[in-house]
Design a protein around this ligand. Sequence first.
Ligand code: ZN
Length: 107
Amino acid sequence: MKFNCPKHGCVEYVLLNGYAFGDRLLEDVMFQVRVDDKKQYMVCIDPDSANYFAQFNEKSWLMKAHEYMKGADLLECPTRGCKNDIAVDPWNEEWRDKKLFYDNDEV
Ligand SMILES: [Zn+2]
């Protein structure tokens, strides 16, 4: 599944700011969030944040990011300078009806 930015259309992943679950410690540390074929979230560190993030316990924070995603609905477009909100919750029926998501075979 892929996401839909109101400005850019189909995007492969969305960005989660670590501030959402790590407070000041992870402020502006960005995580990439994807949805796999089974509609499960996959979270990894954004390469731009990897150097700073290396000092932390990666496994533990990725688990916290994953936990946070269970309640997330809007995240950021990954296109530089965009920062549009993107719907990320594929279980939201209203959003699904509005076709805010792309299936992998559609793109
Ligand atoms: Zn965008």
